[in-house]
Ligand binder design. Structure first.
Ligand code: NAD
Ligand SMILES: O=C(O)C(=O)C[C@@H](O)[C@H](O)[C@H](O)COP(=O)(O)O
Ligand code: ZN
Length: 354
């Protein structure tokens, strides 16, 4: 088992990565929790596969379980989805001494974390991420959220889990599209990372099947890099914003074209911003091509849809990196280097028009 420690001063926790760890989840959860009721939140795809075995291992370790199953998909990451979980918590008599366990992808993790942080002003929670995207990114760092109106992750909290348990075996049942989608966030982290070994590992991934073979290593690299930024800037006011590389334009695609998956949108967003920055002389020529190559080998989309500047500016106004009428863009001067680059909203149309 490999462990990544998230050394936040007021809420340190471990991320455990091991094939087969889900089978002994109860024992692992016992290392941080004792004698409590656990609400296992899952979705309609993951529950039939893993809910029974998850509850069984928790009960064997002495916990009492209750369950909530949301409809799979981003459309459930809403206040309505949250209401479903709140209702189940009330019906099952949950109190502040109990806990929530997210069993699913990023949608379940963000929603369950949001509910845990707000129900009775806070129940403890644990993440058991089952998609590649959630194993390499969303289960770590404590950003919880629901979408609202035309805003992505518009309502949310910073609320850290007590433990994250990553079992790469869960990925065996993931569809190829969802497996590949998660890799968009890995390429993001690798392109930003100043650890050359991470980018070298990315060179060995040449087909979707390679993602399953290297899943544990990919999580280890991506999560270690993310954890360092989270410890440095938990509340997203400084260096953590770098994790938003590709997201300013990516979130716009997710909202304008809801059939696009998050990791696919991030892939398109990274290429679009990097090409723009190359044209503005902010990024070394050839950087977008190098990233595109790594995305395309697994079949990720890289062509940015043809939106008007007005459509994009309207979406970008909702970005959480907008302050004082200025959006802070994330750019890569070159592979392995990152930079926050503020652009006044008034100058954005000209910046995007290149
Ligand atoms: N909080 C963060 O830091 C953070 C980071 C990145 C992304 N996100 C959010 O995460 C979400 C995307 O996450 P996602 O891609 O995991 O989406 P998702 O949760 O919708 O999962 C993708 C699909 O895979 C299915 N699935 C999950 N695990 C499975 C398994 N083991 N076997 C079979 N099917 C399985 C799900 O039911 C779903 O249909 C977005 O809402 C995004 O905004 C949050
Ligand atoms: O953890 C972070 O910080 C990230 O930015 C990771 C992103 O991959 C993730 O999609 C996050 O949810 C985006 O957050 P937002 O603040 O742009 O809504
Ligand atoms: Zn993301």
């Amino acid at each position: 088992m490999s462990t990544v420690h998230v050394g936040l001063a007021d809420h340190p926790y471990d991320i455990l990565i091991e094939a087969g760890s889900a089978k002994r989840l109860g024992e692992l959860v016992s290392s941080v929790w004792s004698r409590r009721k656990i609400m296992v939140v899952s979705d309609s795809n993951v529950a039939p596969l893993y809910l029974n075995e998850t509850c069984a291992t928790l009960e064997k370790a002495g916990f009492t379980t209750a369950t909530t199953v949301i409809q799979a998909g981003e459309a459930s990451k809403t206040l309505t989805g949250a209401q479903q979980v709140y209702t189940e918590l009330i019906n099952a008599g949950f109190s502040r001494s109990d806990g929530v366990l997210a069993l699913g992808g990023g949608v379940v993790g963000d929603l369950a974390g949001f509910v845990a942080s707000t129900f009775m002003r806070g129940l403890a929670y644990i993440q058991v991420p089952t998609s590649l995207l959630s194993q390499v990114d969303s289960s770590v760092g404590g950003k919880t959220a629901v979408d609202f109106g035309s805003g992505k992750n518009l309502i949310g909290t910073f609320y850290q889990p007590d433990l994250v348990v990553i079992d790469p075996d869960h990925l065996q049942t993931l569809s190829q599209r969802n497996l590949v989608e998660g890799y968009g966030e890995v390429v993001k982290m690798a392109a930003m990372s100043d650890h050359p070994e991470f980018w070298q590992l990315i060179q060995t991934i040449n087909a979707p099947e390679d993602l399953l073979t290297h899943a544990a290593e990919l999580s280890q690299f991506a999560i270690s890099a993310k954890a360092a930024l989270v410890v440095d800037d938990e509340r997203d006011t400084g260096a953590r914003r770098l994790l938003n590389f590709g997201h300013t334009l990516g979130h716009a695609v997710e909202l304008l074209r809801p059939d696009t998956l998050h990791g696919e949108a991030v892939a398109m967003g990274m290429i679009a911003i990097t090409e723009l920055c190359e044209q503005h002389g902010l990024t070394e020529a050839g950087t977008a091509d190098a990233i595109r190559d790594r995305l395309q080998v697994v079949g990720l989309p890289t062509e940015f849809p043809d939106y008007s500047i007005d459509q994009l500016v309207t979406q970008i106004r909702m970005d959480k990196k907008v302050k004082n009428d200025t959006v802070v863009l994330v750019t890569l001067p070159k592979l392995g280097q990152t930079r926050l680059y503020p652009v006044a909203l008034a100058d954005l149309p000209a910046f995007l028009a290149k």
